[in-house]
Design a protein around this ligand. Structure first.
Ligand code: AMP
Ligand code: GLY
Length: 421
């Protein structure tokens, strides 16, 4: 069959790579893709929110199955639209995508179904903010309500920081909404927990930990993710039981009772504190860069898994994982997550002659006159799989040295929790 992956980041390159290993797949298309995907898929340029144009592309290229990578088209209803057009699509509906699209929606769901999460208040103005501060101490977490590509969250340590960030949101800087959510700060360790969901059941789809802050020792502003590793040593049978019974199962049940069953990948961003999981956020897709460390460990054919989910047959499937460790380091453009330069050539990618355990997933690149140039803040994700995180990271450092991109930087401490010196 022919498949199309929607999106243009490292996650989509990793998805294309995995689908290219599937015997069930004939041709792969990536809409719009990047320089990396163009080596294994046919890139097709269009605006991801122009569903009509995407439909035309799908019909013209005889595409049988569409897998949606990023949240934006899902939150805007691409799955509903394509399904209506009788096109097979993997990803949640617009309603179910509110799990990611609206922090206020998730918080209300948590309250109603007793899902453990940080104490919160949805605020429309400074009067609401004041009420929350009466009952809660600093630090306080401020979140813009709509989608903000990982940049709509700030941990505020004092009133002036809080006031200035709230002001930005109330005045509409985060275009999707001018509401915000204030949250109690939970001090713990973060875990990304993934499931794949059909209308009847769900199956574990990997665990990972990522590093969201731009600076070493987890300092500086939040980013889309600077690196990740899988599996997470935080996950054990005992904690997983709590995650499933207290968080995943009640959420999936809640959406069913709202007559909007969830299908697709579901990513729970959790904080683990005193051996208990708290929901920090839901994402209605695979994580980026978590996907790049989960898929290399997947041993079961990904097409078989996605088709089983679409046919509500996941309960009959056993997904197999490698016991090896996988890590990715994100090579960013200097200046990210602030201002950075675009279209800078990356010369040393061709002829790298990668061994089987090494991957270079392109996150923000494009081809200009058959040269690879940067096209975003997170540019490349180098990934590797091996017996220990320590060895894997050394392999990544060697690879980054070969790439030697003068316009970029990366964190040298990815995985510091799992690599003791
Ligand atoms: P979110 O977009 O909700 O995942 O928030 C981005 C990041 O902010 C998370 O990955 C955490 O590192 C941090 N964060 C968000 N909410 C909280 C919270 N209630 N307590 C502590 N840290 C948080
Ligand atoms: N790595 C964070 C995210 O995908 O949202």
């Amino acid at each position: 069959m022919n498949i199309a992956i929607i999106g243009s980041g490292g996650r989509e390159h990793a998805l294309c790579q995995k689908f290219s290993e599937s015997k069930k797949i004939n041709k792969i298309f990536c809409i719009p893709g990047n320089a990396g995907t163009s080596t294994i898929a046919t890139n097709l340029e269009t605006n991801l929110l122009n569903f009509k144009s995407i439909k035309k592309i799908i019909i013209k290229n005889k595409i049988d199955l569409v897998v949606v990578g990023p949240e934006m088209p899902l939150v805007n209803g691409i799955a509903d639209y394509l399904k209506k057009e009788k096109i097979k699509v993997f990803g949640p509906t617009k309603f179910a995508s509110r799990l990611e699209g609206s922090k206020a929606f998730v918080k209300r769901l948590c309250s109603k179904f007793k899902i453990p999460t940080a104490k919160y208040k949805v605020c429309k103005n400074f009067k609401d903010v004041k009420l929350f501060l009466k009952k809660n101490n600093f630090p306080v977490v401020v979140k813009a309500d709509g989608l903000a590509a990982g940049k709509g969250v700030k941990i505020c340590n004092n009133k002036s920081e809080l006031d200035s960030f709230c002001k930005k949101i109330f005045s509409g800087k985060f275009k999707t909404s001018n509401k915000l959510v204030l949250e109690e700060f939970i001090k713990g360790e973060e875990l990304s927990y993934f499931v794949i969901v059909d209308k009847k059941t769900f199956i574990f789809f990997g665990s990972a930990q990522d590093h969201k802050r731009v600076g070493e020792k987890d300092t500086g502003p939040n980013t889309g993710g600077m690196g990740a590793y899988s599996p997470s040593p935080l996950l054990n049978k005992h904690i997983e039981k709590k995650i499933i019974s207290r968080i995943i199962r009640p959420t999936i049940k809640a959406l069913k009772t709202k007559k909007n069953p969830y299908t697709g990948f579901l990513y729970a961003g959790l904080m683990i504190k005193d051996d208990n999981p708290y929901l920090i956020e839901y994402n209605v897709r695979m994580g980026d860069p978590e996907c790049q460390v989960i898929l290399p460990r997947l041993k079961t054919d990904l097409t078989t898994i996605v088709l089983a989910a679409l046919n509500n047959n996941l309960s009959k499937l056993k997904i197999k994982w490698s016991t090896l460790k996988c890590m990715t380091i994100v090579l960013c453009a200097k200046g990210y997550p602030g201002k950075y330069q675009q279209s800078k050539p990356i010369k040393n990618l061709r002829g790298l002659n990668l061994k089987k355990n090494l991957f270079v997933f392109h996150a923000g690149t494009k081809l200009v006159d058959s040269n690879i140039v940067s096209n975003g803040g997170r540019v490349l994700n180098v990934a590797s799989i091996g017996a220990s995180f320590k060895k894997v990271r050394l392999n990544l450092f060697k690879l980054l040295k070969k790439i030697n991109w003068k316009n970029g930087f990366f964190r040298k401490d990815i995985g510091w929790r799992v690599i003791k010196k």
